[in-house]
Ligand binder design. Sequence first.
Ligand code: B12
Ligand code: SF4
Length: 514
Amino acid sequence: MRALLIYPTLPAHILSFKKTMARLDKKSSYPPVGLMTVAALLPSSWDIKLVDVNIRAVSDEEWQWAEMVMISAMIPQKNDFHHHIEQAKLHNKLVVVGGPYPTALPEEAASSGADYLVLNEGELTIPLFLQGLENGDLQGVYQTTQKPDITQTPLPRYDLINFDDYAALSIQYSRGCPFLCEFCDIITLYGRKPRVKTPEQMLAEFDLLYNLGWRGVVSVIDDNFIGNKRQVKSFLLLLKSWMLEKQYPFALVTEASLDLAQETELMQLMVECNFKGLFLGIETPDEESLILTKKSQNTHVPITQAIDTIYQAGFTIIAGMVIGFDGEKQGAGERIRQFLEVTHIPMANFGILQALPTTALWDRLEQEQRLLSDTGDFFSTQPMNFKPSRPAEQIISEYIEANWQLYEPKAYLKRLYQHCLSVTIVQNGAWKALSPAEKKRRLEPLNKRSLYFLLSIFGRYGIISAARLDFWGYLFKLAFKKPVAVLPFLVNCAFLEDLEAYRQFIRQQMQPFT
Ligand code: B12
Ligand code: SF4
């Protein structure tokens, strides 16, 4: 069988960083691990091609070549997902769809003519689909209520992508999360009992990336990396030796729950394994909203204190923030802005609450008849898909205003500078400890492109920007007080161009709804 695997376009998003990517000659942030895993679950006799549409379009030859087209998507990708199904049907191909969007909304996902819906986790449903195919099924829905044992998941087919296209690579350690946040579909899609891969399996994945030549950032794309604290420690102990032996080829980032701040030993181990950055689902500084949305794990320790502990351990933080919870009082946008200022968090994935299908929030709103018929696309530039408890126009106005002020260059540079001062910068594998070969390899990226990248930051923020005096002021203060923070400061300045464009985009898109 000749199977063409397609990953549809990701719509504009605060973390897309299109301009920064272009300057670095990268086309997208992360590769589609779901499809690379699907590829590994298909029979080895199949011929497989993978096209990530965020990198390039499907060519005519590829449409001709394919016998079967397999498409994955999350809800925000739905428009391009349906477009590609239509294209595949125009070319008379068999179409198979799977992933979080078809799993959450199977009827909607089937509406443009897919032949096979292979839902839930592919480890269990792809064998059912292959059996159906062998039995001559011309169409079908394959699903399960079971969760697979991911210690049996094969190595994703990283060989199907071109590493140079991506800013970072990704790897998955666990699925599921033990918490109960009302708005979250992780627990309905992947379960509340976190399942983890074995330490040996993970090292095999790290070895694969290493042997295929990747050096740089690797994102551990878990829902909650510390969902199973005991098991994660045994993995980290092995990873620590691996990192030391390989001289820290990867800088790691991941997503974790805020209770990490209470786990000193775990944080220490993560830092020793070269974890540098964390995405933390903080959601809101309003305690009543956290309790109402069943995110009480964020209320056990004052959030500002938890963040401080995490900074001191050695991690940078990107925050997930949300506005629009039930019972929220007027002014939440400003409270979120102030919170990010006080905690020195430069960048937040800040969105308006949307009800995701399958969640407890969705069920409650459905019962209360507050769901709106248009389900939206589930990303931050759509109005809410339910009737909120205060006027939607008020929430949207606060959201636009908070974003506008957060990514005003002077405000961003100030938070970034304070962030750089707050975070303990741990240097695993210091320069003098590296072998000559490793030193040579690390200098390789310092080519014309990286020089141009640095010069463009100086040009934009040191000369053209109205915030240029702040830029130079912070740069000099850092050079004097904390020289190791100068490079991270500059690199993070680069994102500001995208963040400024994004606040404009939000204003344009959302103003009509105020
Ligand atoms: C990495 C990631 C991203 C990356 C995506 C880049 C990329 N190329 O992957 C980035 C950071 C851009 C991103 C952004 C967002 N994301 Co995201 N993301 C993830 C994450 C953490 C990992 C995805 C992954 O690779 N998983 C590992 C693979 C192995 O799992 P999988 O994809 O589910 O694949 C398995 C099955 O689904 C199935 N399968 C998958 N595809 C197919 C296809 C076929 C044909 C078949 C047969 C089977 C099959 O088999 C696989 C093996 O079991 C997931 C959470 C999660 N646990 O998956 C959220 C997740 C996919 N994201 C989600 C959301 C909501 C978002 C955002 C809207 C968040 C936000 N509020 O900002 C944004 C939207 C971005 C945009 N531009 O609009 C939701 C989607 C919900 C849904 N029902 O669709 C998830 C599930 C997390 C969540 N609940 O919040 N995300
Ligand atoms: S902690 Fe995060 S992943 Fe876990 S249930 Fe809450 S929102 Fe979902």
